[in-house]
Design a protein. Structure first.
Ligand SMILES: Cc1cc2nc3c(=O)[nH]c(=O)nc-3n(C[C@H](O)[C@H](O)[C@H](O)COP(=O)(O)OP(=O)(O)OC[C@H]3O[C@@H](n4cnc5c(N)ncnc54)[C@H](O)[C@@H]3O)c2cc1C
Length: 421
């Protein structure tokens, strides 16, 4: 893969003019996507992180215009002292504006705010033929809808206008509540989605018997008043790849037991926004905990009517296979429609998991989970995928044919070639 990193718009235009080659071009951000949607094996990748300038910021309305390579971390540095916050944020701030748009990312407030793309007022695209297009959120051509969640395949997003939301304090009022089973999770979720901006749960996916479906529910709001302070950078990091045995089923079961006991009673606390939204950002190189064989992320969403049964079946399948996940996250998505033709979020329940790569047995388990998600009428998140079967992608994304009418023929990715063999 030929990687270039332009720093100025004319360098970007020149790279596009150079032509695309058989595997085309792809724009990339901070490569925080877990799978192959952010790589273009055998082709060209234009890393947009050098095109990271702020263009305009209205401190009264919170409308921010910036180049697409700007990171959410940089936006927070500008926005928080000015009394604004990201309307939607994923679980890491080390993603670019362009990457957040191209995956139409979601956060813990999906039930209130919908996806990131809902807050984009306009964006500019550079297509591989050199043409430039600026499209607004009321665009009737379909190019805006195809680009939100469009996996970088409609062209290079060069800049965008993002609506920020007002913020009174950089602190969060957070409550954690243990639950004993999935029924309790769904009840807590329904109650809390009505009263809190942010909701999310950790679930013990190795628990069996009377512990099956237990977890810790977290709900939070921005504090009503207080300081507006940026979290200073830094924190521990993982210096080496951990040996694979650290992550066997017994260590995960022991971690889950300890975590459940530690957080095993309801608590309320006031914490800074940073550890609340971005716990993994504090541990540099956390992915190295999985050793050199790495891991698979797996994130599904299933419709509300079948969510309880499908989630139980997935958890049972994982527990039976004995391949647990440290970071098992369960959340209900609200009914706000996503603006993108290929946006992942839809109303229902989403389960995000990571599995240490043990080769065949792990792939076998993921195939079993696929069958449950397909049967439930759900879909998987391309940003977290490295193995999704093309037929399941087509079944999960009914607007795919419409999307392909907006495809830029010069753009491609390893993921896209895998999905469209
Ligand atoms: C710890 C962690 C937690 C996460 N939590 C969440 C979460 O809660 N919710 C969620 O939705 N996601 C989550 N993610 C995934 C992450 O938010 C997305 O994958 C995000 O899109 C990555 O952005 P990036 O800048 O790294 O882009 P990359 O990963 O480099 O690229 C992502 C996609 O964007 C395209 N792209 C990038 N820049 C441009 C551009 N300028 N023009 C056109 N296309 C472009 C790429 O081609 C690719 O298709 C998490 C990831 C990590 C590592």
């Amino acid at each position: 893969m030929r990687v270039s990193r332009p720093s100025f718009p004319d360098e970007l235009a020149a790279l596009v003019r150079e032509g695309t080659g058989p595997h085309g071009l792809l724009a990339g951000g901070l490569r925080r996507s877990y799978g192959d949607s952010c790589i273009n094996g055998g082709g060209a990748l234009i890393e947009m992180t050098g095109l990271d300038r702020f263009i305009r910021f209205d401190r009264t309305t919170g409308l921010l215009e910036a180049e697409a390579g700007v990171s959410l971390a940089a936006i927070l540095k500008l926005a928080i002292p000015a009394g604004f916050f990201l309307p939607v944020t994923p679980g890491t701030k080390f993603v670019t504006l362009g990457g957040a748009i191209a995956n139409d990312v979601h956060g813990k407030n999906h039930h209130r705010a919908g996806t990131f793309g809902r807050w984009i007022r306009s964006l500019s695209l550079l297509r591989s033929d050199g043409s430039e297009h600026t499209v607004a959120d009321d665009d009737a051509t379909g190019l805006f809808a195809a680009t939100i969640g469009g996996l970088g395949l409609t062209g290079i997003i060069t800049r965008a206008a993002l609506q920020l939301v007002p913020l009174a304090s950089s602190n969060m009022a957070v409550e954690t509540i243990p639950f004993g089973n999935l029924g309790e999770f769904f009840k807590l979720s329904a109650e809390s989605d009505a009263s809190h901006d942010y909701t999310v749960s950790w679930i013990d996916c190795l628990a069996k018997g009377d512990k099956f479906g237990r977890g810790i529910f977290t709900r939070a709001r921005h504090a009503g008043d207080g300081e507006l302070r940026i979290k200073p950078p830094g924190g521990p990091s993982v210096p080496l790849d951990a040996p694979g045995f650290l992550l066997n089923r017994f260590s995960i079961a022991a971690f889950n037991e300890a975590y459940f006991r530690l957080a095993g009673r309801a608590r309320q606390a006031t914490v800074s926004y940073d550890p609340f939204f971005y716990p993994l950002d504090a541990i540099g190189g956390w992915n190295r905990l999985y050793g050199t064989r790495g891991f698979y992320q797996y994130q599904s969403v299933v419709p509300p009517t079948v969510a309880a049964d499908a989630t139980a079946e997935m958890l049972q399948t994982i527990a039976d296979a004995g391949q647990g996940s440290f970071l098992a996250v369960l959340k209900t998505f609200g009914d706000t429609a996503s603006p993108g033709l290929l946006s992942f979020p839809r109303q229902g329940t989403t389960l995000a998991l990571d599995f240490a790569n043990r080769g065949g047995p792990t792939l076998w388990l993921l195939d079993r989970l696929d069958a449950i998600v397909r049967e439930a009428g759900g879909r998987l998140y391309p940003a977290k995928d490295g193995r999704l079967p093309p037929a399941m992608f087509r079944a999960g994304y009914p607007a795919l044919d419409h999307f392909t009418t907006h495809l830029d023929p010069g753009m491609s990715s390893t993921f896209w070639r895998r999905m469209t063999p």
